[in-house]
Design a protein. Sequence first.
Length: 401
Amino acid sequence: MRGLRNRAYGAGVLVFSVLGVAGCDSDPHGLKHDGEATGFSLAYDVWEPGPNDTCTREDHNRYSVVGQDGLLYPTWHPATDPQTGCTFGHEHGRNPRNSNLYSEVGDIPFGLALPADHVGYKIDWENDIEFRFSGDAAGALLEVRCDVMVELHQGSHGAGAFVINTHEFALHAHCTDGTHVHVQMVTTIGDPGEFESSCDRRTIIAGPPPDAPDGGGRRLIPDRACIEEFVLVPNGERSNFSSGLRESWEVSDRIRTRDGETLLSFNPYFQVRNPARYFDPSSPTNLSRTLDLCYEVTGEGDSANGGYCEDLRDGLNWDQPGSTFNGAQRFVDINSIRISNVDGPEIWYTDRYGKNARRRPFEGSIRQFIASIDNDRATQPSGPAIGDDRDYGGPGVHAPN
């Protein structure tokens, strides 16, 4: 492996703080790693600027962090570099430094559990949100408020999501009822090789399944049938983009011990309003571009009207700034966080799928923090949607994103 001194970083200061194997005395939760990197992760130094991006590879590499394995990883950065004014063309969601959890978590190392296409890593968070109890329990139980931060690799521009169900996921939460978790892992969303149509939940076999385990939850992705029902409409009608295009990746996963005992379960839903792609079985790659719908007229005269197709200039390509289909309008339904760890330690070590949890590290393990409590009630509080009022687009942001 090349030494750190031989890698060009460009100007700026590297950030070194996140989850760590050893922890440090100043961090009672054992989450942070202080020190210099011992090498480079597979996720580092892979982003290449495209023809519509003005930042360099060296500009991008400045935004890095040491992971718990001692290797250097890319991390969150703004879409426009404040130091140079250049644009990266992609975004990673909300700046984690303004979260109440940042002092515990630090910068999230993208690719720690699963290296993937860099632009797909997305972060969202909210401080002091209320988790609500359903039914009659709402007024009878104490209020629960939480700081929450989530990360998911959710690219909404390529054909990979049609068949790939393995995606990096992180959950960080600290609540007034004692709920306290910091986990990063690979979550399996649905089964490999297939997904469900977003408008009627039909199962669509998209291709040969990759070598990956079946998962809980589901990936809801628009297909051509959704487009023809809700987006391409008769003259004088407005398209229903919300019903025709919205993706929902519904996570349902858990941290388990070697004996199969569940320590932590969670089920956030990650939603995208304006993906750059949809599933089209008539295409050789099964993929078509949502931007092209704005210029399409069917044989019956149907077309896409209003919404994302308004005021678009002619001649745009799907991957140019100016397209409204850039995957930057997203939100997350937090839902429930259940802990069953009252007799266990706070620090566990799991494989990358969050399974085989043990009390001591093992080869390839990832360190996880789960409070030593049991909050699994008969009536479970549920978190609200976050990010529904935000658009992470901006100057230079475009698909792929």
